[in-house]
Design a protein around this ligand. Structure first.
Ligand SMILES: CC/C=C\C/C=C\C/C=C\CCC/C=C/C(=O)SCCNC(=O)CCNC(=O)[C@H](O)C(C)(C)COP(=O)(O)OP(=O)(O)OC[C@H]1O[C@@H](n2cnc3c(N)ncnc32)[C@H](O)[C@@H]1OP(=O)(O)O
Length: 282
């Protein structure tokens, strides 16, 4: 690598400062670019960023921290170069301790609301597979840039999971209804070309830094808007989508828990988990 290139990269690094989210965990990392004021929020739970209770709480705290510290925007990405997020940590749903399951599902609902309604511009630099809730994280953002060679989508029905309304809504917020419905019913995972074709993603990037640059460019497109006016307009635009979860979070929680605790769901999950484990040993 040329010395001038190395220098430029060092400079880039120096311009970023890490900010903690006060809980001392490294499950997510936040770095703010001093020049642009944009925060990069990195999912960092090996091996595949599956969302367990701790990651969801941490992610929610980081989203709030980014809003509190006056960042100009949020870019969500992953420290894993193959997986953006593998969705919910299925171990949280399998034969769950009921108190932990309640905390887990509440954390999921709260985190989704924080990201979906974030007052700052949000973009996802999808540098790996984005499966199920991994896809939901990306669709909660306002803009998506993805790297080739990976899959994105919600394949829940293939494995016997009914999706809760807020997951459905997050798909519907970016896809036309007939495409969202068909994809959900088929349990479809989209290739990059398919995702681009239906506008599930906005752009393709040729590497993670290119994805981050493209996300930053999108966020920069709001430079001339007044932040409070932008934030309130976004909230109004999305108000109907969040109505159910904001009006009756406990009802939504109850419905999901009832379903997760059914023998039907638990048996299906057991088979799926076993398949996943045997695949990873191949
Ligand atoms: C009336 C009803 C009303 C409402 C309904 C209410 C509730 C419904 C409840 C739930 C359903 C909601 C919808 C579902 C949402 C979800 O997000 S479910 C999660 C779905 N995700 C997946 O299926 C992803 C599965 N994983 C993969 O496909 C692959 O791992 C990968 C492509 C992401 C990465 O592949 P590799 O890099 O090859 O990695 P490995 O496969 O070897 O995995 C490494 C390691 O990690 C374990 N793992 C992977 N994903 C998960 C996961 N999601 N949860 C837990 N663990 C996971 C995998 O088993 C390996 O573990 P080890 O064997 O190494 O221990």
């Amino acid at each position: 690598m040329l010395r001038s290139q190395t220098k430029l990269m060092d400079l880039g690094r120096r311009l970023c400062r890490s900010i903690g989210n006060n809980n001392g965990s490294n499950l997510t990392m936040v770095e703010v670019d001093d020049k642009t004021g944009i925060a990069t929020l990195t999912l960092n739970k090996p091996p595949v960023n599956s969302c367990n209770l701790e990651l969801l709480l941490d992610l929610n705290e980081s989203i709030k921290q980014i809003e509190r510290n006056g960042s100009r925007g949020l870019i969500l990405t992953s420290s894993n170069d193959k997986v953006f997020s593998s969705g919910l940590d299925l171990n949280e749903l399998h034969q769950p301790n009921q108190d932990r399951l309640i905390a887990f599902w509440r954390a999921l609902q709260d985190m989704w609301l924080s990201l979906f309604l974030s007052r700052v511009p949000t973009a996802a630099a999808i540098n790996g597979h984005a499966i199920a809730v991994g896809c939901v994280l990306a669709t909660a953002c306002e803009y998506r840039v993805m790297l080739p060679g990976f899959s994105i989508g919600i394949h829940a029905t293939k494995f016997g999971y009914v999706v809760p309304p807020f997951i459905l809504i997050s798909y519907l917020s970016v896809l036309p209804r007939y495409i969202a419905e068909r994809a959900l019913l088929q349990g479809k995972l989209f290739s990059i070309d398919e995702a681009l074709h239906v506008n599930l993603i906005d752009e393709v990037a040729d590497g993670k830094s290119d994805a981050i640059i493209k996300c930053a460019k999108f966020i920069g497109s709001f430079a001339k808007t007044q932040p409070d006016a932008r934030a309130l307009t976004k909230r109004q635009t999305r108000a109907q989508d969040v109505q159910l979860l904001i009006k009756d979070p406990e009802g939504q929680l109850r419905e999901s828990l009832e379903y997760i605790n059914t023998p039907f769901f638990q048996q299906g999950l057991e088979v799926y988990l076993a398949k996943l484990k045997s695949k990873s040993k191949e």
